[in-house]
Ligand binder design. Structure first.
Ligand code: ASP
Length: 355
């Protein structure tokens, strides 16, 4: 009797272990995204704005997850997720990018393949609809890693990537953000760009899409992924900083600063924040070095964000490890973000205190 009870107990224990194990099983594929970090508090978003951001993040997660679910590559997944956010005027990337002091949208992006350390990036694009696609083309279809300005747009056009009128990227909200920033700084406000819709204050003009949102945030977009073949990839895309000048380029297209992926190190990273400081802290590469040296993804992200903050820069990172568990770290009150994997349902979050 005693023996039967004992073996029943052992069987039960084994069962519970194996189900615990099944629950904890490493995901076959995994994706994490961000839509920028910054001063984002509950009081700064209306319920409608909060819902709009969550729906937009969900849409990007769905696009990337669909690729990974069907056995596609981490590279294709991060590109797909980022392109959805580049097309969404809510984010500071592609359509919806912030303006330079001269009243232009100049777009930066990067992508990196962790399995072979190939990478591509672009800076200062003005006519390529999907800057991340241009970065991918630089990686795969040119002998270079980084292209800038008109040459980068010409290259993108030459490989068949969609070109648009620069006014395609115009949004009233970002324009008003520029007007405010320049006025506060006592700098001249440029003419509205050619092709932009009439000012909503002009007689007879249509009312604009959304009310201006809190602009004290970054809004860059990015994605990191692990695919079912164990490959890691990262991608990031941005309009940079409002009122940037003189051809300014931030951390996003600098491989190792805003974007990095390495299967050898076991990490993929996409950052958002004060680019000047993220460049100096070599944020993305340092996170990978910390992970290669044995740090957990969360600890590595947090330590690096703390280092960047000590230099004076705020922001956030998303980090993917080979175990498919995403980590999010930030020194801001919020970061638009989301994650999905083969084992966990998709989730999105905005404020720092959300799980
Ligand atoms: N890191 C970006 C830049 O400095 C800005 C952002 O994250 O929104 O260009």
């Amino acid at each position: 009797m005693m023996r039967i009870a004992c073996s029943a107990l052992i069987a039960l224990f084994a069962l519970s272990l194996s189900s615990a194990h099944a629950q904890d099983a490493a995901p076959q594929w995994s994706l994490a995204i961000h839509g920028g970090a910054g001063v984002i508090e509950r009081s700064s978003l209306t319920p409608e704005q909060d819902a709009a951001y969550r729906a937009a993040l969900q849409g990007a997660l769905d696009a990337g997850s669909a690729v990974l679910k069907s056995g596609g590559s981490a590279l294709d997944a991060v590109q797909a997720a980022v392109q959805v956010m580049e097309d969404d005027p809510l984010f500071n990337a592609g359509r919806g990018a912030v303006f330079t002091a001269a009243g232009r949208n100049e777009l930066d992006a990067a992508i990196m393949n962790g399995s072979d350390l190939t990478a591509g990036s672009v800076a200062g694009l003005t006519t390529t609809r999907h800057p991340v696609a241009a970065a991918r083309a630089v990686m795969e279809r040119s002998p270079h890693v980084m292209l800038i300005g008109p040459g980068a747009d010409a290259f993108a056009a030459s490989v068949g990537l969609e070109q648009v009128d620069p006014a395609f990227f115009f949004t009233e909200r970002r324009w008003q953000g520029l007007v405010k920033a320049l006025t506060e700084a006592g700098q001249p406000v440029p003419e509205r760009p050619a092709g932009a819709p009439a000012s909503p204050t002009a007689p007879g003009a249509q009312a604009e899409i959304a009310p201006p949102l809190n602009e004290k945030k970054f809004g860059t977009v990015g994605a990191v992924a692990l695919d079912s073949q164990g490959r890691l990839a990262a991608a990031t895309s941005t309009g940079g900083m409002t009122a940037k000048r003189w051809g300014r380029v931030g951390d996003v297209p600098i491989i190792g600063a805003g974007t990095y992926a390495s299967n050898a190190d076991g990490c993929a990273v996409s950052a958002t924040g004060d680019g000047e400081y993220f460049i100096r802290a070599t944020v993305a590469r340092d996170i990978c070095a910390r992970i290669a040296a044995g740090a957990a993804t969360q600890a590595a992200g947090q330590a690096e964000i703390a280092d960047a903050e000590r230099l004076g820069g705020k922001g956030g990172v998303i980090v993917m490890g080979l175990d498919g568990r995403p980590a999010f770290a930030m020194s801001t009150s919020g970061m638009y973000r989301g994650a999905a994997s083969s084992t966990d349902p998709a989730r999105v979050a905005i404020y720092a205190d959300e799980p």
